[in-house]
Design a protein around this ligand. Sequence first.
Ligand code: ATP
Length: 276
Amino acid sequence: MESRELPTGAGLSVRDVVVSFGGITALDGVSVEVSPGEVLGVIGPNGAGKTTLFNVICGFVRPSKGTLSWRGQPMVRVAPDRLASIGIARTLQGVGLFPGLTVLENVMVGAQRFRKSGVVMQMLGLPWSDRDERRQRDRALAALARVGCDDVADRMPGTLPYAVQKRVALARALVSEPELLLLDEPAGGLDARELSDLGELIKSLASSVAVMLVDHHMDFVVPVCDRVVVLDFGRVIADGEPSAVQRDPGVLEAYLGREAEDSDALTTSGSDDAHD
Ligand code: ATP
């Protein structure tokens, strides 16, 4: 499959990024673009470089070559804890909720960027700080409602089903009102029904936020995404419309190690051991 001509735009642009760990080249000249309003899927077999790409965008890993830009501006040395302030939010693999905080408090943590009062004001309990907290609480409740979880706001995360916890983690990312949402393996640990519900939810978010999701599960990725990028051994081997990518001989070969004529191969969930 020919690679797409990458536009320069208002969204996120990753260009010619190289990352090496010792002798391993995890990303080898990777270019990816996510436009406003788009749901982009990044897939590939084990070790293809998906998590490394995610970590580069989040600022956890610094590339040795290449550039990133966000909303047309170079994205240089953005620390992970500063991402929300530039309009990018992420969820991590698993759920990563604080077990000792309620669902609402967990989501309020994600709304810190809207907080005007400092720690001292909060400790003194000044009225401005109270108003601030109320606003944060309202934002958190609205984010929980968006993912259908406002009815569990006062529960502790550990008492909830895993799929609900994942939605709460999504609310915590959404509460910062991002323009780009990065989802790392959102489908992990969910059953078919939960995957379908999550897919619908992600599609419904796309009118207000661009989404880039990294996942193995082809069944999940194809119906949810507007476009799919396939990585293999640190390189982009396909970038296009999901059903075309799904049929692409190079993708079939790389992803499942099968011959191209087995075009049904990718209708099952992505293999976890394609490179083994
Ligand atoms: P998976 O689907 O298994 O999570 P992936 O597509 O996310 O795989 P990466 O985790 O990005 O792939 O790994 C890409 C390559 O880089 C692999 O060969 C991996 O072993 C290597 N790698 C990733 N992180 C490190 C690290 N911190 N140190 C050394 N090698 C690493």
